[in-house]
Design a protein around this ligand. Structure first.
Ligand SMILES: Nc1ncnc2c1ncn2[C@@H]1O[C@H](COP(=O)(O)OP(=O)(O)O)[C@@H](O)[C@H]1O
Ligand SMILES: [Mg+2]
Length: 255
C-alpha cells in the first residue's frame, strides 16, 4: 500500500506539490498523468525518501516514512524497483553486468549462479540470451528499457515498482511491448506499481485507475468512466488531444 496524506513539498520557496492525497492498495497499478513540470517525478522522489515533504505523511506498507531513521528507509527502499525516464544503464557495462550488478556487489552468490539469474531475467523481460555480452549502445531504445526493468527486478525483488515515463522516446509498438511487460509484472508478481507519464495513451493500456495532477494538485482520481464525465476545465483541457483514444477505450469495454 502506498498512501499520500495531505502532502505538500517545495523546492526552496517554489511550491511543487500542494496538499496531495491518494491511496494505492497493495498489488494495484496507478497511472499518474500530468503535464511536464506538474510534479510527477517529485512524487517518486518522495516515495523513495530522496526528499521529505514539508507537510503531510507518506505511508508505505503501513510505515510512515517521513519520520523513520535512515536505516529503516534503506530497508524500505530495497523493496522498491525504479525505472527511470531514460533507462539509465551503465554505458560501459555489458547487459549481463547491468542486470546482475546488484547481485555481484551485494550478494554472496557465485558468478555462475548470478549468470543463471541474469539469463532467467532476460527471458522474463522478453530478451534473448544472445545479448548478454552486448553494451547498451548496441541495443534499441526498447531493449534498453527492458534491460532496465530486468535490472530493477533483480536488484530489489520489489514489492513496489516505480516507472518514470517508461515509454518516452519509444515508437508505438515498442511502447506497447513495454506496457504489456509492466502489466505482466503487476498481475503475476503482485507488484504495486506507479507509472508516471505525460503520454495519456499509455495510461489506458496499463491501468484502470488514474490520478491526474496539475501544478502539484490532484485534480482527478478515478476510473475511465469518471474521467470521461469529468467537467473540471483543467481536465477537459488536458484530455482534449486524446479524445479519440479515450473514445476507443470505451468502445473496447463493450466488446
Ligand atoms: N532539484 C530541483 N530544484 C528546483 N526545482 C526543481 C527540482 N526538480 C524539479 N524542480 C521543479 O519542480 C517542478 C516539478 O518537477 P517534476 O517533479 O520533475 O515534474 P514532472 O516530472 O511532472 O515533469 C518543475 O517546475 C521543476 O522545474
Ligand atoms: Mg518527470
Amino acid at each position: 500500500m502506498i498512501e499520500f496524506r495531505n502532502v505538500s513539498f517545495s523546492y526552496g520557496d517554489k511550491p511543487v506539490l500542494e496538499n496531495l492525497s491518494f491511496r494505492i492498495p497493495t498489488g494495484e497499478a496507478r497511472v499518474i498523468m500530468g503535464q511536464s513540470g506538474s510534479g510527477k517525478s517529485t512524487i517518486l522522489r518522495l516515495i523513495l525518501g530522496l526528499a521529505k515533504p514539508d507537510e503531510g505523511d507518506i505511508l508505505i506498507e503501513d510505515t510512515n516514512i517521513c519520520g523513520v531513521r535512515p536505516r529503516v528507509l534503506r530497508e524500505i527502499r530495497k523493496r522498491i524497483g525504479m525505472v527511470f525516464q531514460d533507462g539509465a544503464l551503465f554505458d560501459s557495462m555489458t547487459v549481463g553486468e547491468n542486470i546482475g550488478y546488484y547481485l555481484l556487489e551485494h550478494s554472496k552468490m557465485r558468478f555462475d549462479e548470478i549468470g543463471e539469474k541474469v539469463r532467467e531475467m532476460l527471458g522474463f523481460v522478453g530478451l534473448s540470451e544472445d545479448i548478454i555480452d552486448k553494451l547498451p549502445d548496441e541495443l534499441s531504445g526498447g531493449m534498453q528499457r527492458r534491460v532496465a526493468i530486468g535490472r530493477a527486478l533483480l536488484s530489489t525483488d520489489p514489492k513496489i515498482m516505480l516507472y518514470d515515463e517508461p515509454t518516452t522516446g519509444l515508437d508505438p509498438s515498442m511502447a506497447s511491448n513495454i506496457l504489456s511487460l509492466i502489466n505482466r509484472l503487476t498481475e503475476f508478481k503482485k507488484v504495486t506499481s506507479i507509472i508516471v507519464t505525460h503520454q495519456i495513451a499509455d495510461a489506458f493500456e496499463i491501468s484502470k485507475k488514474f490520478i491526474v495532477i496539475d501544478s502539484g494538485k490532484s485534480i482527478f482520481d478515478g476510473d475511465i468512466t469518471q474521467l470521461r464525465q469529468a467537467d473540471d476545465s483543467r481536465i477537459v483541457e488536458f484530455l482534449k488531444p486524446f479524445r479519440d483514444s479515450i473514445a476507443n477505450v470505451q468502445k473496447n469495454e463493450f466488446i
